[in-house]
Design a protein around this ligand. Structure first.
Ligand code: S5P
Length: 266
């Protein structure tokens, strides 16, 4: 099955090169899973990519939580991600004014040089997207911004009126790849999809095959239900990296997410 059959309207409408690349990779691996690679050592990260790279379509990082981070180790890690055909997504949750966000994409971690996607809050206004895009341009690369429209954590302050404004501004900006939605609440997600339309991605954390409350206010919903409610990618962390068999877990999430897509467009 090719990506246009698998993705239907989304393939037709979401034409940015990065969205197309994601849909192609997800189709070829039959997986709508982004691995939240929240391990704190480089060895742990390398093990993870080797175990599950075949069964996930993207890799989400928190570069600043790795204890033994070095530029060389990180560049090998990104090369391994590239070899495994994974989009690399730094979940930096930028929130500052445009010019500072541009500079924060450089600095020690030089996120602009290896990330395909980054997250940002729109709390400081829409210029943050231009700042992040300028940073990728500074190194001759292209990338996409995922704006946080909802969050999965209990008691978060992204209320419906805020979500609505984020979507209204983000859906008309070419630099915006899509939105982060709340994977733990299918009804919230369905209303987000109705506002977003077909032309942008919605990626969702707060997903686990064991539905319910997680540690420190995290909430979890079911991967198939998230996709049926309009998610294009389920972001899964501990469900995979803390499993006794991460490879089998990644396969199970891949299957659940792919079944959701097949039912959604069936
Ligand atoms: O609202 C959010 C947004 C994000 S990006 N809730 C989240 O949990 N995340 C991220 O998704 C979080 O930073 C973590 O890396 C991942 C969820 O991990 P898990 O172990 O709970 O699946």
């Amino acid at each position: 099955m090719g990506p246009s059959d698998a993705w239907g309207e989304r393939w037709v409408e979401a034409t940015s090169p990065m969205a197309r690349r994601y849909m192609e990779v997800a189709t070829s691996k039959q997986s709508l899973v982004c691995l939240a690679a929240d391990r704190t050592t480089m060895a742990g990260l390398f093990d993870l990519i080797e175990a599950v790279g075949e069964h996930v379509a993207a890799l989400k990082t928190h570069v600043d939580l790795v204890d033994d981070w070095t530029p060389d180790a990180w560049s090998s890690f990104c090369a391994a991600a590239h070899d495994a055909d994974l989009l690399v997504f730094e979940d930096r949750k930028f929130a500052d004014i445009g010019g500072i966000s541009r500079n924060q994409m450089a600095g020690k971690y030089d996120i602009r040089s290896w990330s395909d996607l980054v997250t940002a809050h729109l709390i400081s206004g829409p210029d943050i997207v231009d700042g992040l895009q300028a940073a990728w341009s500074d190194v001759g690369r292209q990338g996409g911004v995922l704006l946080l429209a909802q969050m999965s954590s209990r008691g978060n302050l992204l209320h419906p009126a805020y979500t609505e404004e984020v979507v209204a501004k983000g859906r008309v900006h070419d630099g915006v790849f899509g939105f982060i939605g709340n994977g733990s609440r299918p009804e919230e997600l369905a209303s987000l999809r109705a506002r977003v339309g077909e032309a942008k991605m919605i990626w969702t954390p707060g997903v686990n095959l064991a539905v319910g409350d997680g540690a420190m206010g995290q909430r979890y919903g079911d991967p198939t239900e998230a996709v049926l409610a309009g998610s294009d990618c389920v972001i899964v962390g501990s469900g995979i990296h803390k499993a006794t068999d991460p490879r089998a877990a990644a396969q199970a999430y891949a299957k659940a997410s792919w079944n959701g897509l097949m039912q959604r467009n069936g």
